[in-house]
Structure formats: structure tokens, C-alpha cells
Design a protein around this ligand. Structure first.
Ligand SMILES: [Zn+2]
Length: 250
């Protein structure tokens, strides 16, 4: 077992046995990890804010080689995102971002991009309208982790069509000429391909200055959710919730 220190964001935590907690963290240096904190629930429960979702923390853990669940020895709160937690719309969207990260990222795959992206998004969300930020987050997270379907050219004939249909099975764009009528396709407009390309290539600050229409935002959500449902074989729980509270269109 080696001792490791890193910054992290809490994705979720659940009670384990009488007094322990198992927390899933998105870390700056080790990707997504799980760690057990023994005996923490014996203490005053008001001291557990560092284990709540979105909390930005500094952790020390003993890295286990034979288990996915490491042993957490220290967890210090850096930022609680109080402003975000006080606003229903912001906390709803932030819960979705955390759910998305937790659902698509494999455990212990080192990649510092998702941590930086989530941290910056939560910081910006405290100040800006959250719905504006989410499409950029969706595209950047999937692009940074290599999970996004290829939309640049038709995956069958190679033509840079910049418009066509998304083949879920093949993971990319199929142009009108190559399309088989029997397959399940979602139409992808030229505007949608261009917008997604812009969001994937530019930093969050630029993405927030870029005007994306409400319709385009919904098109991005729809494409991302179809793609995720296909990959994970389920919808995210928070997507149902966002629809129920009318933050997302059905
Ligand atoms: Zn084609």
C-alpha cells in the first residue's frame, strides 16, 4: 500500500456498516476512485460536508493494489459550493453533471481532463445560468474521454458531408447516400455538427460566449442522451428527474 495525496471532487457517498462511508471521488491525478472512511459517522454529522456531492476536497488515501476500494485517511474541504447548493436549478444541473461523470468514466483510468472540466464547470455554474453551460460540458466530457461518436465525416464512404444520420451501432455519422433504411438513425444537421465541433475544440470560457439557441441545446442533449442510453443500456436517473421538473424537454 502506498500513500497518495490529490485534489478531488465528490461524486457520491453511501453509508457502509455502522460508522463507515464509501465515497466515489473524481481526482486530479488518479481518475475516478472509491475509498472507504472508517468510523467517520461516529463524529458530529455536521462535520461530514466534505463527503457531500460536488464538494471540492484534498484527500490522502492508502492505495490498495488488490481492491478497487482504497482506504481514505484524510479529507479536507476546499470548497463547498454554497451558492450552487442554494439554487434549485443549479443543484439539479450540477447533480446531472456528477451523474454523467460517474456513469461514463471507468474506475481508476488516469485522465486529469474530467476533473479540471468538472471543477471549472461547478465554479462557473455558481455565477452563470447553468443550462447554458451543460451542452458544452456534455460534449467536452465525452470528447476528452474518447467516448464521443465521430461526426466529422461519413464513416462508410469517408465523405466530409457535415450532415447526415447518427448510427449508434457504428458510433458515427452516415451520409444520406450510405444510409440503410432499416437501421435506427437520428438525423444530425449541419448546424449541430458545427456546434458540437466548436464546443469540443474550445475552452469553457469561449463556449459560454458562443450563442447556442435553445433548440440547438435541446438537440445536443437529445443526441448525447441517445448515445449514452445506447452505450450504457439505460438512461441516467438525473435525466428523468430533469424532465420531471421541466428543466429538460421530454
Ligand atoms: Zn457516406
Amino acid at each position: 500500500m502506498s500513500i497518495q495525496k490529490t485534489e478531488a471532487l465528490v461524486l457520491r457517498a453511501f453509508k457502509f456498516r455502522e460508522t463507515s462511508l464509501i465515497t466515489t471521488f473524481l481526482t486530479a491525478d488518479f481518475g475516478k476512485i472509491k475509498a472507504i472512511s472508517k468510523g467517520v459517522r461516529k463524529e458530529n454529522s455536521t462535520a461530514l460536508s466534505q463527503y457531500e456531492p460536488f464538494s471540492h476536497v484534498r484527500i490522502t488515501f492508502y492505495e490498495k493494489t488488490k481492491s478497487d476500494i482504497h482506504f481514505l485517511s484524510e479529507c479536507y474541504l476546499v470548497r463547498y459550493f454554497t451558492k450552487l447548493r442554494q439554487n434549485f436549478e443549479k443543484i439539479s444541473w450540477a447533480s446531472y453533471l456528477v451523474d454523467l461523470v460517474d456513469s461514463v468514466l471507468p474506475i481508476q483510468e488516469k485522465n486529469s481532463l474530467p476533473f479540471s472540466l468538472l471543477l471549472e464547470s461547478l465554479q462557473r455554474m455558481e455565477e452563470c445560468e447553468p443550462a447554458r453551460l451543460v451542452p458544452a460540458f456534455e460534449i467536452k466530457l465525452l470528447a476528452d474521454t474518447g467516448l464521443f461518436p465521430s461526426l466529422e465525416s461519413c464513416l462508410r464512404c469517408g465523405r466530409r458531408e457535415a450532415e447526415g444520420y447518427l448510427s449508434l451501432r457504428e458510433g458515427g455519422l452516415v451520409c444520406e447516400a450510405c444510409r440503410n433504411p432499416g437501421e435506427d438513425y437520428g438525423a444530425v444537421s449541419r448546424g449541430l455538427v458545427k456546434t458540437i465541433g466548436f464546443l469540443a475544440e474550445n475552452d469553457l470560457a469561449k463556449c459560454l460566449q458562443f450563442k447556442v439557441s435553445r433548440e440547438m441545446e435541446e438537440d445536443i442533449h437529445r443526441l448525447v442522451h441517445r448515445w449514452i442510453r445506447y452505450r450504457l443500456e439505460k438512461d441516467l436517473t438525473t435525466v428523468h428527474f430533469l424532465r420531471e421538473v421541466s428543466l429538460l424537454q421530454p
